[in-house]
Design a protein around this ligand. Structure first.
Ligand SMILES: *Cc1c(COP(=O)(O)O)cnc(C)c1O
Length: 357
């Protein structure tokens, strides 16, 4: 059996969820959209369901998958519905629903409902992607209240730059939110992971942690709360071939790495078809039997090559960690000029193996 696999530590997931709650002092919707950022939405939901105040996903298809797997906790649809016809299923399964655009608001107002919905009215406080304009917000709120269509109405917004602790934009967004929602009763939900970790002075009744649940830091620099996270996914495989290269010999496609000394090369059974970033440069960290080493040569579809020169005990069958407990995914992401979110979401083919303690 091919040894490429992603170990998923569900105890670490539970630890990180608890941390989100503890830091915020708020209720937490575990964001498990996009198959829980590649970690498996159903398995993650099951691991959290005795603890979690609720879950959040991108769309009704993802929410239905959870209900079909027996998850009965609240599930928020972060982008609401894409067509008004979804409102029937939203009622039937009791999904909570974001309204982020005027067309969604109008659809709710004019669709007859069997029972009122749990609605989250989203404000565009400065990210300028989705959400109602500050000038429209009060009126929309009043319309929903008067329509009787909202069993519960939550005030919501989203930060564009919460991962930059020195950036004034988050405070500006918070102030815009405070002004636009002034005088409207109801709970508040503002915080994604970086806001939960770095901006605890803004208050949410509901935080919406995503990446932090999976134990990766959303920050480019060290951050004290993020240091308390435990990595959930360990992507690993094994060395399937070893060779020694004399000085001046290239490795792999395009000869991107050329040995400048006698070099021992290990070939690892894992490639970009498993989700490892093809753009990872020479020098990207890996761990081999627990010891630090580096990627050398271009990443292939099914294999990649690592430097064994300083690890004489390593060889055929050695375990190679591409990211996880020893090699932070955020570090690999920086080398590959991406973010850990994308590394996780790209995971495919490598089998997921779950551990609960
Ligand atoms: C994805 C998402 C989150 C979670 O973001 P993280 O940065 O992963 O914590 C929170 N809120 C909304 C609206 C989202 O779309």
């Amino acid at each position: 059996m091919r040894p490429a696999r992603a170990l998923i530590d569900l105890a670490a997931l539970r630890h990180n969820y608890q941390l989100a709650r503890e830091i915020s002092g708020a209720k937490a919707l575990a964001v498990i959209k996009a198959d829980a950022y590649g970690h498996g939405a159903v398995q993650c939901a099951k691991a959290l369901q005795d603890k979690a105040d609720g879950f959040a996903v991108a769309c009704i298809e993802e929410a239905l998958e959870l209900r079909e797997a027996g998850i009965s906790a609240p599930i928020l649809l972060l982008e609401g519905f894409f067509e008004a016809s979804e409102l029937a299923l939203i009622q039937q399964h009791d999904f909570w629903c974001v309204l982020h655009a005027n067309w969604q608001l109008e659809a709710v107002l004019k669709t007859p409902l069997k029972q009122p919905l749990n609605l989250w009215l989203k404000l565009d406080s400065g990210m300028h992607r989705v959400g109602l304009c500050p000038t429209d917000y009060h009126h929309a709120w009043q319309q929903l209240i008067q329509s009787g269509k909202a069993a519960k109405l939550t005030k919501m917004s989203h930060f564009a730059r919460a991962d930059e602790p020195d950036c004034a934009r988050s405070r500006e967004q918070f102030e815009t939110f405070a002004q636009a929602t002034e005088g409207l009763s109801g709970e508040v939900s503002l915080h994604n992971s970086p806001a939960t970790l770095a901006w605890p002075s803004f208050k949410s009744d509901w935080v919406r942690p995503g990446i932090m649940l999976y134990g990766a830091t959303p920050f480019a620099q060290a951050q004290s709360q993020a240091a308390r996270l435990q990595p959930v996914m360990t992507l690993e495989s094994k060395i399937i071939s070893v060779r020694e290269l004399p000085i001046g010999e290239p490795v792999g496609y395009g000869g991107r790495f050329v040995s400048i000394k006698l070099t021992r090369v290990g070939v690892v059974a894992l490639g970009y078809a498993d989700g490892y970033p093809r753009h990872a440069p020479n020098g990207t960290p890996v761990a081999i039997d627990g010891k630090p080493s580096r990627l050398i040569g271009r990443v292939s579809m099914d294999m990649l090559t690592v430097d064994l020169t300083d690890l004489p005990q390593a060889g055929l069958g050695s375990r190679v960690e591409l990211w996880g407990k020893q090699v932070p995914a955020s570090e690999v992401a920086q080398y590959a000029q991406t973010i850990p979110y994308q590394l996780f979401c790209n995971l495919k083919r490598a089998v997921r193996v779950y551990a609960t303690n």
